[in-house]
Design a protein around this ligand. Structure first.
Ligand SMILES: NC(=O)c1ccc[n+]([C@@H]2O[C@H](COP(=O)([O-])OP(=O)(O)OC[C@H]3O[C@@H](n4cnc5c(N)ncnc54)[C@H](O)[C@@H]3O)[C@@H](O)[C@H]2O)c1
Length: 253
């Protein structure tokens, strides 16, 4: 499905990361893959995951512009072009993911938006020159909490709404270069990022009781939908949101 495609996957923290499932699936589908890790603390995790796999491993803290530009300079040198970019990054202070949303601090609000939303803009800005000669596909990971109110999701819900609109503005702007930008909205999955959200377990139980498929989804199901959007099978799709959530988002009462 992805033979010969060069795909950059950001946001690998450990074996539970959605980004890791996407990276492995893309590799299995014939892509050349580069993954990024956030900092030295996460570097050895990433190295162990990669092991002997033919995956390029590079650092990138998206809040540091010089790290973003260095990442793309390396890709320009090593690959010359890029077909796919996966944004799978989010962060908010733990105290902003519980309690009252109106108590979010100015700094916490800014941090969540910088790391979880603006990062898509800056990554796309640097990816454009590597994609524009032949087109490309950019995807980002959102959550239903960016469309509707979920208890405790708070500032991250607002950041996801921002991320989704950023993706749509980018889709409109980069479309003439045949660069597609789409949103994947997974249901809840136990990962490092999810561990920071207050009262996460009841959400998983609620999905089992109410989603049309009566179960939760897993990382591989997100990876398969992501691979579709990264592939030429999705050549006519941009600015779209695909919910990979066992159908939970369609339900009312
Ligand atoms: N797990 C879920 O329930 C769920 C549901 C819907 C959407 N998502 C989204 O999926 C994406 C991936 O999350 P995950 O669940 O795989 O958890 P995860 O913790 O494995 O991934 C989050 C990643 O963000 C990275 N990150 C944070 N700050 C960064 C920075 N400054 N620079 C670079 N990287 C940074 C972390 O290193 C980590 O790799 C996130 O956008 C998350 O909001 C997760």
């Amino acid at each position: 499905m992805l033979n010969g495609k060069k795909i950059l996957v950001t946001g690998v923290a450990n074996h539970r990361s959605i980004a890791w499932a996407i990276a492995k699936y893309c590799l299995d589908q014939g892509a050349q893959v580069c993954i990024t890790y956030q900092n030295e603390r996460l570097r050895s995790n990433a190295e162990k995951l990669v092991g002997d796999l033919p995956i390029l491993l590079l650092p990138c803290d998206v809040s540091q512009e010089e790290e973003v530009s260095a990442l793309f300079a390396t890709l320009q040198k090593d690959w010359g072009s890029l077909d796919g970019l996966v944004h799978s990054i989010a962060f908010a202070n733990k105290e902003d993911l519980k309690g009252a949303f109106h108590e979010t601090s100015r700094a916490g609000f800014g941090l969540a938006h910088d790391v979880s939303s603006f990062s898509l803009v800056i990554l796309s800005h640097y990816a454009k020159p590597l994609m524009e000669a032949h087109g490309g596909s950019i995807i980002c990971m959102s959550y239903l909490g960016g469309e509707r109110v979920f208890q405790n999701y708070n500032v991250m819900g607002v950041a996801k709404a921002s991320l989704e609109m950023a993706a749509k503005y980018l889709a409109s702007e980069l479309g003439p270069n045949q660069i597609r930008v789409n949103i994947v909205s997974p249901g809840p999955i136990r990962t490092l990022a999810a561990a920071g959200i207050g009262g996460f377990s009841p959400i998983l139980d609620h999905v089992v009781q109410t989603a049309p498929l009566r179960r939760n989804i897993n990382q591989e199901e997100v990876a398969k939908a992501s691979a579709f959007l990264l592939s030429d099978l999705a050549s006519g799709i941009t600015g779209e949101t695909i919910h990979v959530d066992a159908g939970y988002h369609i339900m009312g009462m």
